[in-house]
Write a protein that binds this ligand. Structure first.
Ligand code: SAM
Ligand code: SF4
Length: 320
């Protein structure tokens, strides 16, 4: 079992398989040119799998594959199959922007994937183009349809932004409700890479907007996951509210970047690389690095130390 210095059980590993992305979301990586191909020094699937097996053996029970855009990583379903064959009852999921999902949903399902989260911030074509800096909406919606058709369980992630999608929160909730899937509104997390003029909506503002139409009630406060569950006239939705940082006490997660950095907390820069150890096939050394990272996992994210802290780390690097 993996326990950190504050006695928290760590059983959730988020793995970014690439920093590359086919979108340029204003809140994530607005300034990187599309034709820019950063030279990446990625862990191969075999190297990743060596570490994943060890992490599962140490007590990891949930893995989320993310990015950048994970579906840009060639043959991702091969990695999904490797993991799901190793531990059938592992809670394995992907977070994707959905653009390529129509092509890959079936392969992913056949490889053993059961569920995924798709980011959907707007149902308006023009706004989607403004946010992702690319014409994306129809492909994303087709991807969601295909994922549901092949039997994958889908959740939607929506970053709530002032003057961008604040007038659409009800429509987005209705969209999710009609498809019988859960939507989770995410507070915008300030970071130095995001477009400077963006302003996010905080939890109470999101609730206030939804309350114009629904009777909104809290069902379950965030415990292990940073998502609190609410009911809108009986429909269950989530709000991820990192600004309240109440969930740090029960944080159960650790992150692995595409280049092999183990990151103890999204808002702290301390990270250690397992790449060298894994490249040598020295799994024992990689597990020791994992344990050291857990010893250094901070008690609270930076926002609870300094108010309104802006993270230096980009979401496309850590996987969100
Ligand atoms: N490309 C995939 C996607 O967009 O779903 C996976 C990676 S993305 C970094 C993971 C999640 O982080 C997405 O749901 C995205 O909306 C969210 N995200 C990115 N930047 C964010 C920010 N500044 N604040 C809040 N959420 C953010
Ligand atoms: Fe790409 Fe996801 Fe970042 Fe948008 S949020 S730029 S889709 S990695």
């Amino acid at each position: 079992m993996l326990i950190d210095q504050f006695g928290r059980k760590i059983d959730y590993l988020r793995i970014s398989v690439t920093q590359r992305c086919n979108f340029r979301c204003l809140y994530c990586m607005p300034k990187i040119p599309f034709n820019h191909q950063p030279k990446e020094n990625l862990l191969s699937f075999e190297e990743l799998f060596l570490f994943i097996k060890a992490a599962i053996d140490e007590g990891i029970e949930k893995i989320r594959i993310t990015g950048g855009e994970p579906l840009l990583r060639k043959d991702l379903s091969v990695l999904i199959k490797m993991i799901s064959d190793y531990k059938k009852d592992l809670d394995l999921a992907i977070t994707t922007n959905g653009f390529l999902l129509k092509d890959f949903a079936k392969d992913l399902k056949n490889a053993g994937l059961k569920r995924l989260n798709v980011s959907l911030d707007t149902l308006d074509e023009k706004k989607a183009k403004q946010l992702a800096q690319k014409d994306v909406l129809s492909s994303v919606l087709a991807g969601i349809e295909e994922a549901l058709n092949v039997g994958l369980k889908v959740k939607l992630n929506t970053v709530a932004l002032k003057n961008l999608n604040d007038d659409e929160l009800i429509a987005l909730l209705e969209f999710a409700k009609a498809k019988n899937i859960q939507i989770r509104f995410i507070e915008f997390m300030e970071n130095t890479h995001a477009y400077g003029k963006l302003q996010g909506l905080k939890r109470d503002e999101i609730i206030q907007i939804l309350s114009q139409k629904y009777d909104v009630k809290l069902i379950k406060k965030a415990e292990k996951a940073p998502v609190s569950l609410y009911s809108a006239n009986g429909y269950e939705f989530g709000i991820i509210d990192p600004h309240s940082h109440e969930f740090c006490d029960s944080c159960n997660r650790i992150r692995l970047s595409a280049e092999g950095h183990l990151i103890p907390c999204l808002y702290f820069d301390e990270a250690l690389s397992i790449k060298e150890a894994i490249r040598k096939g020295d799994v024992k050394a990689a597990v020791e690095i994992l344990q050291e990272v857990l010893r250094n996992k901070p008690e609270k994210n930076k926002w609870s130390v300094i108010d309104n802290e802006t993270s230096l780390r980009a979401f496309y690097q850590t996987g969100g």
